[in-house]
Write a protein that binds this ligand. Sequence first.
Ligand code: NOJ
Length: 835
Amino acid sequence: GQEYRPVSWYPAPLGGTSSSWSESYRKAHDMVDQMNLVEKVGITTGTGWQMGLCVGNTEGVDSVGFPSLCLQDGPLGLRFADNITAFPAGITTGATWNRDLMRARGTSLGREARAKGVNVILGPSMGAMGLMPAGGRNWESFGSDPVLQAVAAAETIQGIQRIGVMATAKHFVLNEQEHFRQPNEWDNEYAISSNIGDRALHEVFVWPFAESVRADVASVMCAYQMVNNSYSCENSKLINGILKDELGFQGFVQSDWLAQRSGVQSALSGLDMSMPGDGLKWADGEALWGPQLTAAALNTSVPMERLNDMVTRIVAAWFHFRQDTWEERGPNFSSWTNEKMGKLHPGSPDDDSREEVNKFVNAQVSPGSKLHSTIARQVAAEGTVLLKNVNNTLPLSRSASRLKGKYRVGVYGEDAGPGKGPNFCADRGCNQGWGSGTVEFPYLVSPWEALESAWSNETVDWSKTCVLFFANSDGGEGFIHSDGIDGDRNDLFLQRNGTNLVEGVARQCGDGRGRTVVVVHSVGPVVLDPWIDLPGVHAVLYANLPGQESGNALIDVLFGDVDASGRLPYTIGRSLEDYGPSAQVLYETDDAVPQANLDEGLYIDYRHFDRHNITPRYEFGFGLSYTTFDLSDLNIHPLQEKSRLPHPRQKSDIEPPTYDDRHDIPEDCLMPKDFKPLSKYIYPYLLTTDGTEKGKYPYPEGYDKKQKPSEAGGGPGGNPSLWEAMLEVSVKITNTGPRAGKEVIQLYVSFPERVVEHRGMSLKQEEIDFPVRVLRNFDKISLEAGESKTVNMTLSRKDLSYWSVRAQNWVLPTEGTFKIWAGRSSRDLPLMVEY
Ligand code: NOJ
């Protein structure tokens, strides 16, 4: 039963309607106006898999000075590149709850991309949202809450783009699981459909994309799977309706690699760039666009206006980030070889080029700025969450004298050491979060090495006194299968017998005979119940995926040089079932189009636990510090009267660029006679003029009725009125403990208890259901011992609104009372005021 049907939204809104982009669009127009049809198509279609030095490459247009673009993964550093930094993963970054560090990491990512000649970074990821705790790619993004994702994504984007490199918000949208994500990898004819209602879509899954557009993101990547039974990259409601109309997106939409499943339909639905260019199959050189798009534009099955808009969006984004001022152009590294010399188009069997493809440019440091490893280390340290700390076991002391007797330590768990090296498996496919969101580690400071040097003067004994146990749980992207894990984890337990081993060690070492400190490296939540309460387990550090500075960052926290200030970016439940029905990966199905019904997604993570009164093991937002904080004096200052709706949408007085008809003729689009094509390379040229006659092509249903622009739109990310501050909130925070430290103040909102909408002709009353509370703002505060600070935060109209399916707008309930909560986690909320 495919109950979820796609909604259509046509035609694609034209780019060039926002004042902050108007200059870029003017320049783009002047450039695109000089291009002929095949040149335009070359900009929209990748040249094919491995047909260039980057994971995605487009054609340039020499005559006007527009370069071939290099698109490169990914969210935590530059994939397939040398002399770069392996930053902590998104999930670790989310766990810092530190906006400055998120920004700094983004800036370093941008600098490294710039140094390597990358135009577009394929990150950050904010979808997977983390609805399914076992989902394979949650670690690439920032945690299972829309506001945390949104803040981290926006900071990352602003960091990357201030360097002039374009960022990509991905994956739009609902790529929550890896099983069946695309037909190519799984034994299914069609990809899975993530099914969702309008409200959960807006309030949870689109939310971080809206903030990304507001942060001026250049590109959005549509996802592999279907949404409501229409492929994400040809879902007109999602791309035309939500992204381009409602969120006012001015940049370009690129497909995930082979996520484009149709030529004309994807064009009409708002796709602007096909990646990597090959169509339905990997590396076969058969494109859905390329020559097909050239023909479609000639025969009018894709209107010329749509093609012009695609190209203008891409060129405008390039101008917008001033890449026209780049002196050195093109990548100075190859994704496909580590040798200095190599092929330019290794994907083609008849490419016999041999060039200096790797210049080994060191991107790890930028003049006048910190070494990026410093930032990587800070993020990893602040992203480490202290979950348990009996009798202040941590921080450890460096001097043995503080402890009676000899200070001896045993280090267990293969995860502590360098193992076979961090780069042993391709795309890290056997030892950590794996897939396209990884990099080649330039080095790894393993915990073992870092511990050894920290304790260099001590005797290391393997048996007694103190044990450090390292355990892990891995998963990753669906194209890699490792250790019986097909991307998505099969359960939430520690892997490689971790649960039994920790238990054994804690029983041996516990009970007065010693202390066990457990360090968990993981892609997401792990069920800790079998061992966490054992008396031998004195402390638990959750280090997520720390990147190249793993050991150093651990030492920073273990010895207390850095306060334990990470907070959980997801709930750690007592079982996988506790997360609810929408949170379960669909591992098996007989459906031709596997159906994943995610409507409960509105109650993602802690919202589900709160709603059903399920006690988590450790709740979202939780983490201990080495000091203690007192929160007091929560005050709110309303800045304006409550009103139900945002201001009416302002009509933009900025007109998108238009082009005179060039009267392109098919013969001009044929491959030039003396041209020597490389096999499998995707050129925009026609091989024949067949099928190019102008015809009357049926556009999809609904195409002739122009859609009414959304009232929720009108500015970057949505109606600007949604971001007006409604409330100013202040909280006093005091460090009441013995040392300096950092606390994360978290603001949650409960909506009024009874909110009623009237539906239909009969004005039938319907009560709107709300999560118990939702995170809406946070700040991380650094305090000396004894110090107090007053923290000010605001709540916007959008923060206090829900998405009304009936009104098709954000509605702020004007009757009843909101509760505004301040605290240290989603369940430790000592302060509340009514509003
Ligand atoms: C597929 C992944 O889903 C996407 O995140 C990545 O950017 C592309 N491959 C390119 O590697």
